[in-house]
Design a protein around this ligand. Structure first.
Ligand SMILES: [Fe+2]
Ligand SMILES: [Fe+2]
Length: 252
């Protein structure tokens, strides 16, 4: 048995699924609430909720990973804005924190959570079934490369380093390499790897992954972990003046 299999087995052994509030649990709750509160309407609502569960849960694991890519994309925009300010040579406010805060989010949310799910649940399925092996190999290498780049950003984006020109150059280079790698990385996962998962595994298995992902999210980040992370990203965007989406619309 591989280490990944052991990891999954232990996770299952330690879980009390009756106490968990999974997405499907919540659907059942809403179906029951509709039945209790909306009279005749509930007769229509309950079968609808059940059919949504049947058809919806098989995409939930991939959807989870894809919306986490949305967070990563917003972090890349934060790095880009930091780099733009750095190029302007301090004419706009640029502090090490502008880089350190998004890099810390990369470490906790992307590398220690999102990528662990991919490495422990998704990639092994492709490796076991010898499907898309080359792609998975590159994705694994890029996760490792990303961690090295984040190490560099976290080390150089601190006050005593940031005032040195050499360290700022190292920081900028690491951010640029990170952005350059992760855009194609996540795009390939979204368009090739995750869609292939549905051909590779039965719906039930993907559904179980979705439940495991949510459990891990709760364990690491508490209730509403994804929403809290999005809020954190939005705060950082506001600090950098890139939160207002309308500013990106062409003026013509
Ligand atoms: Fe990945
Ligand atoms: Fe990913």
């Amino acid at each position: 048995m591989s280490r990944n299999d052991e990891f999954r087995k232990d996770e299952y052994a330690g879980s009390d699924r009756r106490q968990r509030t999974s997405r499907s649990d919540r659907r059942q709750f809403f179906a029951a609430a509709a039945a209790a509160g909306f009279g005749a309407y509930a007769l229509a609502a309950v079968p609808l909720a059940a059919s949504e569960e049947d058809e919806g849960d098989d995409v939930s694991a991939a959807e989870d990973l894809m919306r986490e890519h949305g967070v990563l994309n917003r972090i890349l925009l934060l790095f880009e804005e930091g780099l733009r300010r750095l190029r302007n040579d301090g004419q706009e406010g640029v502090t090490p924190e502008l880089f350190h805060a998004p890099a810390a989010l990369v470490r906790t949310f992307v590398e220690d959570y999102h990528e662990k799910l991919e490495e422990n649940f998704i990639f092994p399925e492709f490796e076991k079934q010898k499907t898309l092996g080359d792609l998975v190999g590159v994705l694994r290498q890029q996760h490792a490369a990303g961690r090295r780049l984040t190490d560099t950003v976290l080390r150089t984006a601190v006050a005593d380093q940031f005032r040195k020109e050499g360290a700022r150059a190292e920081l900028a280079s690491a951010c640029r390499a990170f952005i350059r790698m992760y855009r194609p990385h996540e795009a390939r996962e979204d368009t090739v790897l995750f869609p292939a998962l549905h051909k590779l595994l039965p719906r039930k298995r993907i559904q179980e992954f979705g439940e495991q992902f949510e459990k891990e999210e709760d364990r690491l980040f508490g209730d509403e972990g994804f929403e809290k992370t999005v809020d954190h990203v939005a705060q950082l965007e506001k600090q950098l003046g890139i939160y207002d989406l309308g500013q990106f619309t062409p003026k013509t």
